[in-house]
Design a protein around this ligand. Structure first.
Ligand code: BG6
Length: 505
């Protein structure tokens, strides 16, 4: 790998502390980084290099320092530097340039810079321009790359405007739009499961699959992020980016190659084939909810409207469930159900592929017969793995059928270290590999799907916002999205394959 400097804008922020410094240290510890590299933190807070090292590295509880010897702790921390600037002042970028030149000399970093923008979104439009004014975008003898955090725009128009703006200063090949779900091993494994095996693809279509459910639940509330979240809501916070990406991995056509261009071309083709939900159909296809006060495990949990920074009359959704269709030969008429929410019973993300029942119900007469549906559960987190549910005969008289699982848990791979999403993504960017980053046209296409829903909610006061008790699985109205009686949400629990009698929530 080439030598480099990672320049983090927003260095005193939460993401730098929770994800970025821990990920870079982990990459260092695992031996993935070259001898010559440095990290330059930038933000408005007045810090010395020493303060930065202390607070973001030594005192940072998210950095896994166990198994690291003193020498590597000291060596890594000595590579962390800090520069305080007014991020909104063009002139201050001269200081950044001077500091980078200094580091190039001191650390032999060869002028390769990765600018990581972890700042409020209005700065996404400005910082690239300021960097360009000082020639810090020039990708000639050395490379210059830009990582942009979410949210990438707040609708299709703003995403396009941002893309255009960035492209004035940086080439598309230099721009890396991060979606941390793409860095999750298990999300990448969706592609491997589908395309490295011969057994799934033949049945991966409308002839064998009844419907697909994607659930991403969180048990936490909005925590300290009220200001951001109330403007965003669950649809824009989770569906527009993470869950549509998961859906693309589940449903896109096989790419011709496993490279960035082929995979990202297929994704855009897939996003273009998701049937738009028109504003007047929103009531039929989408259910929104907001958590209300409740008691969870004996503790009172406040309503969303009582959380810090949330207006008392907020209509922001903390839960959304929707039914989508994909208009292509593979998926015609197969519903995709997507839901996500805060303050649900547990933290879990999974995909459930529900197969069609056998054409002839041979064992229907038997007591205790199951619904005769095979499920493939692909668990993104936690207890990452894969489970296929199918019916087996209960020993004894008659033909009583019981559901059993054939399962694989990542944790069984004892030697495998599963990297954090940010580790993988930062490393890919350092190598110049954009496969796991969202391309500009894909981000715009994802907004195109989401925009009419947001508009309808804004315009039409009659569209219900359902209250749901914190700690529940969301509004019961979401069950009405299903088309057939008896078919509803598969509610996952903490374990991939729970015992029927015991489900840990
Ligand atoms: C973020 C959202 O992008 O993803 C958060 O802004 C959410 O609201 C988080 O909590 C979930 O990520 P993960 O990796 O914990 O599932």
């Amino acid at each position: 790998m080439d030598p480099f400097v990672i320049v983090i804008f927003g260095a005193s922020g939460d993401l730098t502390q929770r994800k970025l410094i821990p990920a870079i240290f982990q990459l260092y510890k695992t031996g993935y980084l070259p001898d010559n590299f440095a990290v330059l933190g930038i933000s408005r807070t007045e810090f010395s290099d020493e303060d930065f090292r202390q607070s973001l590295f030594f005192d940072n509880k998210y950095v896994k320092k166990e198994n690291a010897d003193e020498t590597s702790l000291t060596d890594f921390s000595s590579r962390l530097y800090y520069e305080s600037i007014q991020t909104n002042e063009a002139a201050d970028y001269g200081k950044v340039k001077a500091r980078l030149q200094e580091l190039d000399e001191q650390r032999q970093t060869g002028g390769n810079y990765l600018f990581y923008l972890s700042v409020p979104p209005f700065l996404y439009e400005k910082i690239p321009g300021y960097l360009a004014e000082h020639g810090l975008n020039e990708d000639a003898d050395s490379w210059r790359r830009l990582i942009i955090e979410k949210p990438f725009g707040h609708d299709e128009d703003s995403a396009r405007a941002l893309n255009n703006r960035l492209c004035q200063f940086f080439e598309e090949t230099q721009i890396f739009r991060i979606d941390h779900y793409l860095g999750k091993e298990t999300v990448q494994n969706l592609l491997v499961t589908r395309f490295a095996n011969g057994i799934f693809e033949p049945i991966w279509n409308r002839h064998y699959i009844d419907h697909i459910q994607i659930t991403s639940a969180e048990d936490i509330g909005v925590e300290k992020r009220g200001g951001y979240y109330d403007d965003s809501g669950a649809l824009r916070d989770m569906v527009q980016n993470h869950l549509l990406q998961v859906m693309a991995h589940i449903a896109m056509e096989p790419p011709t190659n496993a490279d960035a261009k082929s995979i990202r071309n297929e994704k855009v083709k897939f996003f273009d084939s998701i049937r738009p939900i028109r504003e007047k159909e929103v009531n039929k296809y989408v259910v929104r909810g907001q958590y209300i006060q409740s008691t969870v495990e004996g503790k009172s949990v406040p309503a969303y409207r009582q959380e810090e920074g949330i207006p008392e009359d907020s209509k922001t959704e903390t839960y959304v469930a929707l039914k989508a269709f994909v208009d292509n030969w593979r998926w015609a008429d197969v519903p995709f159900y997507i839901r996500t929410g805060k303050r649900l019973p547990t933290k879990v993300t999974e995909v459930a592929v529900m197969f069609k029942s056998p054409p002839h119900h041979l064992f229907r007469e038997e007591k205790g017969v199951r619904n005769e549906v095979n499920k493939l559960i692909i668990r993104i987190q936690p207890d990452e793995g894969l489970a296929l549910q199918f019916g087996m005969k209960v020993p004894g008289a008659g033909f009583k059928v019981k559901d059993v699982y054939m399962d694989f848990h990542y944790s069984d791979l004892t030697n495998a270290y599963v990297p954090e999403a940010y580790e993988r993504l930062i490393m890919d960017c350092l190598k110049g590999d954009a496969t796991l980053y969202a391309r500009g046209d894909a981000v715009e296409a994802a907004w195109r799907f989401v925009d009419p829903i947001v508009h309808a909610w804004k315009k039409d006061g009659h569209i219900k916002l359902h209250g749901y008790p914190a700690g529940s699985w969301g509004p019961s109205a979401a069950a009405a999205l299903f088309e057939h009686p008896g078919v509803s949400w598969h509610n996952p629990c903490a374990e991939l394959t729970p015992e029927e009698e015991f489900r840990e929530l």
